[in-house]
Design a binder for this molecule. Structure first.
Ligand SMILES: NC(=O)c1ccc[n+]([C@@H]2O[C@H](COP(=O)([O-])OP(=O)(O)OC[C@H]3O[C@@H](n4cnc5c(N)ncnc54)[C@H](O)[C@@H]3O)[C@@H](O)[C@H]2O)c1
Length: 427
């Protein structure tokens, strides 16, 4: 039933899953409980996520709770073929790296054929396809979980237009997710992937980070620590979910120690450009014209439209793969521009991208696992809207993450609890 690239990679995949599992104590504790309680018995769960080792441990955790899993990727480049081979021995997997657009969508359709009761998305492609091509099947869908900022934005837009037909939990919007995954996870994995694909030094480079949201903040923070000169580009509008305008974020970027300017100015100064906006064409035609020779472009946002790759192609007389995931476009005026991973998520595009560090995904996927359980138990009381993660569940993951590191926080005294809730004068 499964369709993967190479079944003979199974042993390698099993080792990768073992190593991740060993370092995901929060999911391990949830798995133990799921094994006993079996909250998903007989429930089919359809998944479209980056299929790599940490996701594999999440899928095994859900399966341990009785779920029947059918999974594809949420990006044509990000499947770890060894992990997919190992997982395909345990559940239905439809994914391989380097898919064409048609193959990518046909794998999502294979997941849909399993008639999922609950969906788990990263970017929303599975739940969108159910709405657009198979709306009748939505009657049997209890709800879905969405992992990332871009997916949540799309689903909220659908909900506002009255087009959303099932309840969705915005996993991304849990503090235990975006504070750590988007910020510290991307902060490490995006830079890792750029260094791994190019083998170039970060220190001394001028790096332009476009978008100072959770991802951009994390990436800029780590770049500064590695000795880069960081320029942040923000937008003169309010385009993010937290309702902080680009002006707030631009000011925050300045006070954090970055240079802040428009893309028009930054285009001529950067050696490396990293986009993290969830927006379209934030680096475009007129910017390419201003760039220096051999600049490196990388995207950390969900979709491959942040860098206007079509214009880059149209402006070029040739393009050549220099190393895996690194292509040099030669503009008609002779200038070289290097593009990483076709402008797709640089930190997840294989072989140079390995996704976020394991410990980070332990927290993010613990939120996912608990949200799938929440949907399985509470979907009857939910309307077709986008819901935030229940705050007790969100807090539980942070508590478990600290406990896994052997850290206990200071308990407040009864007097302290009373003091902070009183309105009298505080002497
Ligand atoms: N690479 C990863 O592993 C990873 C992890 C988490 C999220 N994401 C994706 O990264 C993107 C950003 O996520 P986030 O959580 O930081 O979102 P966010 O909403 O917190 O931040 C996005 C920022 O981009 C700014 N922005 C929007 N349009 C802009 C423009 N034209 N020019 C400059 N700035 C602009 C917004 O003002 C905002 O501050 C999303 O697509 C999300 O799905 C990627």
């Amino acid at each position: 039933m499964s369709k993967v690239k190479d079944k003979s990679l199974e042993e390698e995949g099993r080792r990768a899953l073992g190593w991740a599992g060993e370092n995901m104590p929060i999911l391990a504790s949830i798995r133990e409980r799921f094994e006993e309680e079996k909250p998903f018995t007989g429930l089919s769960v359809g998944v479209a996520m980056h299929l790599e080792q940490k996701t594999g441990v999440l899928l095994q955790t859900l399966q341990a709770g009785g779920a029947e899993i059918s999974a594809s990727s949420c990006n044509p480049l990000t499947t770890d073929d060894a992990v997919a081979a190992a997982l395909s021995e345990e559940m239905d997997i439809f994914a391989w790296s380097g898919q064409s657009k048609e193959e990518y969508y046909s794998c999502i359709e294979s997941v849909i054929r399993s008639a999922p009761k609950i969906t788990v998305d990263d970017g929303g492609d599975l739940i969108f396809m159910l709405h657009s091509k198979y709306p009748a099947m939505l009657d049997d869908v209890m709800g879905g979980c969405e992992e990332t900022t871009t997916g949540v934005i799309r689903l909220k837009a659908m909900s506002q237009d009255g087009e959303l037909k099932v309840p969705i939990i915005a996993v991304n919007n849990a503090y235990s997710k975006y504070l750590f995954d988007n910020r510290y996870g991307s902060g490490q994995s995006v830079i890792d992937a750029i260094a791994s694909a190019t083998n170039m030094l970060i220190a001394g480079k001028t790096v332009v980070v476009v978008g100072y949201g959770w991802v951009g903040r994390g990436v800029a923070m780590r770049l500064r620590g590695m000795g880069a000169r960081v320029i942040v580009v923000e937008t003169a509008a309010s385009l993010n979910q937290q309702k902080q305008s680009g002006f707030h974020r631009g000011l925050e970027a300045l006070y954090d120690g970055n240079w802040v300017m428009s893309m028009e100015e930054a285009a001529a100064m950067g050696d490396i450009f990293i986009t993290a906006t969830g927006n379209k064409h934030v680096i475009s035609k007129h910017h390419f014209k201003k760039m220096k020779e051999n600049v490196i472009l990388a995207n950390a946002g969900h979709f491959n439209n942040e860098i206007d790759v079509d214009s880059l192609q149209a402006m070029s007389k040739e393009s050549k793969e220099i190393m895996p995931n690194l292509v040099r476009y030669r503009l008609k005026n002779g200038k070289g521009i290097l593009l990483l991973s076709e402008g797709r998520l640089v930190n997840l595009a294989r072989p140079s991208g390995h996704g976020h560090p394991i410990e980070i995904m332990d927290g993010s996927f613990a939120v996912q696992a608990l949200c799938v359980e929440y949907l399985a138990k509470s979907s009857d009381s939910l309307k077709p809207e986008v819901y935030d993660v229940p705050s007790d569940l969100d807090e539980e993951v942070a508590r478990l993450a600290l406990a896994a590191q052997g850290i206990a926080l200071q308990k407040p005294t009864p007097q302290q609890i009373e003091y902070v809730s009183a309105w009298e004068e505080g002497t």
